[in-house]
Design a protein around this ligand. Structure first.
Ligand code: ADP
Length: 177
């Protein structure tokens, strides 16, 4: 089985054990993928999120998935992109690393990520795809219990960018498995 897989579609329909939410600091819901996840999970998700007391940029916190096909949601807060010199790359990488750590800590074996920060938070799509693929690939060395990571692309361009980055890593013999 490929450790890192690309899939195009709506993350709320995925049957991965955990899906990651590109949340905001409040963790109480918002627009984009965050709104879609809260709508699909139902109001109990927000009730549990209220107990988490928000999150810092780069942090990741776990809830149940409620009415989602996924058992869990891992809420992480991506950076709002300013000019790339305000720590955004490190913060975006932290989102992927910390989400994978939370998954491993809870013995979650399959986890799906949306393209964190690339919507309302305006992270440039190519750089975000490079950071996502590189960080996930490197982090998997630390979390051998994670069997599969799914990169969810909402559109065909994002899918193409992920596939190009994965191919580059494989060509350099740096691919995890
Ligand atoms: P952020 O505030 O972190 O930028 P957004 O939700 O605005 O978060 O966008 C993050 C990414 O999620 C974008 O690439 C957007 O196209 C994508 N997206 C939006 N809705 C969904 C969905 N239902 N499933 C998967 N990806 C989605």
């Amino acid at each position: 089985m490929e450790k890192i897989k690309v899939w195009q579609g709506d993350i709320t329909t995925l049957e991965a054990e955990a899906i990651v939410n590109a949340a905001n600091h409040s963790l109480l819901g918002g627009g984009g993928v965050d709104g879609a996840i809260h709508r699909a999970a139902g109001p109990q998700l927000k009730e549990e999120c209220k107990t988490l007391n928000g999150a810092e940029t780069g942090e990741a916190k776990l809830t149940k998935g409620y009415q989602l096909p996924a058992d869990y949601v891992i809420h992480t807060v991506g950076p709002v992109y300013k000019d790339g010199n305000k720590g955004e790359p490190e913060q975006l990488a932290a989102c992927y690393r910390n989400s994978l750590k939370v998954a491993a800590d809870h013995e979650i074996k399959t986890i799906a990520f949306p393209a964190i920060s690339t919507g309302i938070y305006q992270y440039p799509a190519l750089e975000a795809a490079q950071i996502a693929v590189k960080t996930i690939n490197e982090s998997l060395n630390s979390y051998p219990t994670i069997e599969q990571v799914i990169l969810v692309a909402f559109d065909a361009h994002t899918k193409q960018r992920y596939e190009t980055e994965l191919a580059a890593i494989k060509a350099n013999n740096k691919y995890h498995s």
